[in-house]
Design a protein around this ligand. Structure first.
Ligand SMILES: Cc1cc2nc3c(=O)[nH]c(=O)nc-3n(C[C@H](O)[C@H](O)[C@H](O)COP(=O)(O)OP(=O)(O)OC[C@H]3O[C@@H](n4cnc5c(N)ncnc54)[C@H](O)[C@@H]3O)c2cc1C
Length: 352
């Protein structure tokens, strides 16, 4: 086990915020984790689990021990008449896993293509895109208790998945944030494969290409194209994807808002509630393109906050936005959306 001190974290977070890990240990194998837990000083220390750093805002140097998850491996665990069960190490790239499953003839993850981050990070906020959430393809995961070192397995119900939520996002007695490290994830990819369509962007692609029955590979390619056109590439412009969750309101609240704002973008959910497009609310408050220091609101999509100064490669250089600037901007946006619509926006990334 190699214990590293004062490790720059700018290359390890997609916002490219400059910060250091005071102490960092890379976990390339499970024994590294057991060695940390058994260590007289590191064992009892508070810990922060770092995956691909694509859903965090660093507001300063990280004082808890940073455990950087680099547990690799992916395989077809089982094939049944009804599904392929695929297993991957928590340190694998999520997008790499999606591409690998398609190349090997196990479709089902194509709508979740190009989401940055690791396999181990994917259950934490139950990643979702284009009509599919992780929980729709989830079988189980293995994790290690960071206090006792014991391994345990959780099924979907035990993970408590919700919209961009799971037990791993919550601290306290009911949550596992900071208490457990996910080591392996298993996914169930149903047979026969059925495409998940019905999203405006995918419908547009079907109309443009005149393909009425796309293959999983075509959906994968379309999702990648649409995402590249809509979202800033973190390699070029630091960001953490959508910064706020889309808020859900009751049908009555929605009717009240529509009476005032007839153009508001909204989607009715099966339970009668209504999901509002947070990007639309932010745009309506005039935030698109605005900045606080070097933290800004992306010109093409108001839901995405960007680092106007920090791209990968400028390690230790110009600095770019600080986590404090990102959070000041986020708070100002929350305040103006609340004042105008009475709705509290909840941030999606984890503030560290
Ligand atoms: C350009 C862009 C687009 C994005 N698009 C989407 C999208 O479409 N849908 C979506 O849902 N998300 C999206 N995201 C957010 C992000 O990619 C996902 O949330 C991703 O799953 C985070 O994984 P990570 O490995 O980077 O986690 P990190 O950012 O490293 O960590 C996030 C949280 O998970 C915890 N964590 C990470 N790994 C583990 C582990 N092995 N065990 C326990 N806890 C762990 C961390 O402690 C932290 O609390 C996007 C981000 C970017 C930058």
């Amino acid at each position: 086990m190699l214990v590293e001190k004062n490790v720059p974290l700018q290359p390890y977070n997609t916002f490219h915020i400059v910060a250091k890990a005071l102490v960092l240990v890379r976990l390339g194998k499970l024994e590294d984790l057991q060695a940390v837990i058994a260590h007289p000083e590191l064992g009892p220390a508070p810990k922060f689990v770092l995956g691909g750093g694509s859903n965090i805002v660093l507001t300063g140097d990280v004082k808890p021990l940073v455990l950087k998850v680099e547990l690799m491996g992916r395989r077809l665990l089982e094939e049944t008449p009804k599904a392929f069960i695929v297993e991957a190490g928590a340190g694998e790239s999520w997008h790499g896993l999606v591409a690998w499953t398609l190349q090997n003839g196990y479709p089902g993850l194509e709508n979740l293509a190009l989401i940055p981050g690791t396999v181990g990070g994917s259950p934490v906020q139950n990643i979702g895109a284009y009509g599919v959430e992780l929980q729709d393809r989830f079988e189980s995961l293995d994790a290690v208790d960071l206090v006792t070192g014991e391994s345990f397995t959780l099924n979907a119900a035990q993970c408590g998945f919700g919209y961009r939520d799971s037990v791993f996002k919550h601290a306290g007695t009911l949550g596992l944030a900071g208490r457990a490290l996910i080591t392996r994830v298993r996914l169930r990819l149903p047979k026969p494969w059925k495409p998940v369509l019905g999203y405006a962007d995918l419908d547009k692609k079907m109309a443009q290409t005149r393909v009425a029955s796309p293959t999983a590979q075509q959906i994968f390619d379309w999702v990648c194209e649409v995402r590249r056109a809509k979202l800033p590439d973190p390699q070029v412009t630091g960001n953490a994807g959508s910064f706020f969750k889309n808020p859900t309101v009751t049908a009555e609240q929605c009717a009240d808002i529509i009476a005032r704002e007839p153009r508001i973008v909204h989607y009715r959910l099966d339970d009668g509630s209504v999901k509002l497009a947070a990007g639309w609310l932010i745009d309506a408050c005039g935030w698109k393109g605005k900045s606080v220091g070097q933290a800004g609101v992306y010109e093409k999509q108001a839901l995405v906050l960007v680092n106007r100064g920090g791209a990968q490669g400028s390690a230790g250089g110009s600095g770019g936005a600080t986590g404090g600037e990102v959070m000041l901007l986020a708070k100002a946006i929350q305040t103006s959306v609340y004042e105008r619509f009475g709705i509290r926006l909840e941030p999606e990334p984890v503030v560290v």
